[in-house]
Design a protein around this ligand. Structure first.
Ligand SMILES: [Zn+2]
Length: 136
């Protein structure tokens, strides 16, 4: 059984600041907003709304039912989206023009999501390995 975890703003701010800096996104203005529920599918734990031209973004996070680990994972995932802004725009365009090829657009979207998830997991492992090394 997974432990219920209520996200708190200070820990989110810390985790977000750490990864924003590690990912080289210091020139972005990134806010977060805790939500009781997010639109869309039930398993959606976060999404971001970004304006790449002005390097501003809001990351929406589901407030309840997230483990600490999951929260960091979700934050990382959304920050990586910011690094892939042009890709995300291309995916949006693919959907807009995909009347007869919606399956193709969805395949490209899904593969992007899986790639982002793999990268997020890799960064998490790296952080843990480095912490372990630091703490002996
Ligand atoms: Zn995503």
């Amino acid at each position: 059984m997974s432990e219920m975890y209520s996200a708190n703003e200070a820990s989110i701010g810390y985790v977000m600041g750490m990864w924003q800096s590690n990912l080289g996104l210091d020139d972005w203005q990134i806010e977060f907003s805790l939500q009781d529920d997010l639109e869309g599918e039930n398993e959606t734990l976060g999404f971001c709304s970004a304006v790449p031209n002005s390097k501003t973004a809001i990351i929406f996070l589901k407030k309840e039912n997230q483990g600490k680990e999951t929260l960091e994972d979700v934050i990382l995932h959304e920050l990586i989206h910011l690094m892939m802004g042009e890709y995300d725009q291309a995916v949006d365009i693919a959907f807009e023009h995909s009347n007869t090829h919606i399956g193709m657009a969805k395949m490209v979207y899904d593969s992007g999501e899986r790639t982002i998830q793999s990268i997020a997991q890799a960064f998490l492992r790296l952080r843990k390995t480095m912490e372990k090394a630091k703490n002996g």
